[in-house]
Design a protein around this ligand. Structure first.
Ligand code: APR
Length: 235
């Protein structure tokens, strides 16, 4: 291809990692059916019982260490040959990075990082999937917490994400129920006329007009989308 590469911007949610064996949040048997969300993933919950919150994310991190990226993550990496691919993910796993994606923005934080309770910009990588944090974890005199955006907290990466979406030539939503804001509002920043695809076996009801829905699991849906994109490149 000799023309300038188009910007393919992808907004991913828990569904893209489902086929890697990571539970989604709101499907039957999802995480929020088994854990009280406001206890383990809210600012109030962390204040009430930080030890429980640390334990919850330690478990998630260990489980992440036992998973690998699936074909959907890998296809997104492979598409970098033809497009400038930007992944904006609500996921706190590292499967996009492990699949090789170059540009990954995490809206809701990262399991493999911790940050200072008193200084949001003081962020440290955790050394392994078995690494644990606790109320006693202190780095350079800072008490540390999971690097997760809790419910009731601001989403500092939202604005940078909107700037990426504004540059999209193609926008793809994959594996998200589109119920959590502001992430669900990203599609509003797409320029008029830009094609939008939504891959999900059970798409949410909050689908903006004009979106092309691909009702399929992430791996199958990404394969279908690749065929569509190839035809567009040839056209
Ligand atoms: N492939 C693609 N999508 C799938 C698959 C699959 N194999 N399996 C399930 N899904 C879809 C579901 O149909 C659903 O629409 O993934 C979506 C998962 O929705 P949620 O569980 O609500 O996850 P998500 O939208 O990522 O949640 C947003 O909520 O709890 C918070 O911070 C957490 O980032 C998370 C946010």
């Amino acid at each position: 291809m000799t023309n300038k590469k188009l910007n393919l911007v992808v907004s991913s949610g828990a569904g893209i990692s489902a086929e890697s064996g990571i539970s989604t949040f709101r499907d039957a048997g999802g995480l929020w059916e088994n854990y009280p969300v406001m206890d383990v993933a809210s600012a109030d919950g962390f204040e009430r019982n930080p030890a429980l919150v640390h334990r919850f994310y330690n478990e998630r991190r260990k489980a992440l260490g036992r998973t690998i990226p699936n074909r959907a993550h890998k296809i997104l990496h492979e598409l970098e040959e033809f497009f400038n691919v930007y992944v904006i993910t609500q996921n706190v796993d590292d499967l996009h990075e492990r699949a090789g994606s170059t540009n990954v923005l995490h809206l809701h934080g990262e399991l493999m990082k911790m940050r200072a309770v008193d200084e949001p910009s003081f962020i440290r990588q955790l050394p392994s999937y078995d690494a644990e944090t606790s109320v006693d974890t202190v780095v350079d005199r800072h008490h540390m917490r999971p690097h997760i955006v809790f419910f009731q907290e601001a989403v500092p990466m939202f604005e940078p994400a909107t700037e990426i979406v504004e540059k999209a030539d193609i926008f793809v939503i994959i594996g998200t129920s589109l119920v959590v804001y502001p992430a669900a509002a990203l599609v509003r920043y797409v320029r008029p006329g830009v094609p939008v695809y939504y891959i999900d076996p059970n798409p949410g009801t909050n689908i903006p007009a004009g979106v092309h829905v691909i009702r399929a699991k992430a791996t199958e849906g990404m394969a279908q989308l690749t065929e569509i994109l190839k035809k567009q490149l040839k056209a």
